[in-house]
Unconditional design. Sequence first.
Length: 347
Amino acid sequence: MSSEENNRGAFLIQEHFCTVMGAPITARLCAALSLSLNRDTRTGRRVLDWPGEPTTDALPLRLVGGLHALDLSGQAPGLSDVFAGKVTDSDAVQQVLRDTFLAHDDALLPWLDGPPQTNEAGRSAALMTGLIQVAHRHGPKLELLEIGSSAGLNLLIDRFHFDLGGVAVGPANSSITIKPEWRGAPPPDVPIEIESVRGVEIHPIDVSDPAAADRLRAYVWADNPDRLDRLSRAIAMIAEKPVNLTQGDAADWVEARLAEAQPPGVARVLMHSVVWQYLGEERQARIEAAMAVAAEQATAERPLAWVRMEPNRVAAKQQVWIQSWPDHGDPIILADVQAHGAWIEPV
């Protein structure tokens, strides 16, 4: 398979993921992109000649984000008809895309420079599913460390209210209630006291900047207007009280945080969602090594846990994993989850 064929194929892979996740508009767009991309623009040439692994690099979602930004700006009415689901014929969608690339090449090209930072607040429900198990194993007090925090929306996890299969967690008066479809037995109904929440991001998004906030909105799929509303509410939460988000390298930060003194009676938890693939093998290995060292030092009084929501691309779904120390060091899958947290199915 040639590089160009591989890069086109990445859009068909993304189409499959979008179809599985109930996002027909975005799926249709990805399918049309696989056919309509050409070398008439710099954006098209860069996509077709992409040197890396396009699916791992989230190449389709980079481009879809740029197109959605154009849609939200109102600068491309024909494209907006596609995003609104008014234009569905494959040939017609392809023609709209070709016209859009020619008219907006300069605007689209920079969207290929970095991976999407969706930072979906709904994923907090998947992470909370893991945190409930940590509290069930090791007690209610938790210290949370998140890598790949993007704009810090999941660092609001202590301010969200959750309804997880009828189990309530978090402040009842929160302006955001996250209630995914729960498919199975409810999680343990145990107390949780989040003592602190800190995060790190190599390129943090400052949502107090309107342009940055608009960029986040562009990465929300047009199929999910409820996610756009929740994003706006989360941005307002951060404006009211900023989150503890540091700019830095994930591996450096994890090593430094794990080396800090840990208060007794508090479980230290490393958590992340849909970020592991972007770290690269060297950072992954360093984080795994740092966690292994910290795990050897974990005690009943100072437990350690790792909660993560990451993709299983073979199964075309996300999964929540947990492991904790002492005594629970083998990683287990807690649940399958929809990529944006719309449903959670315990396993």
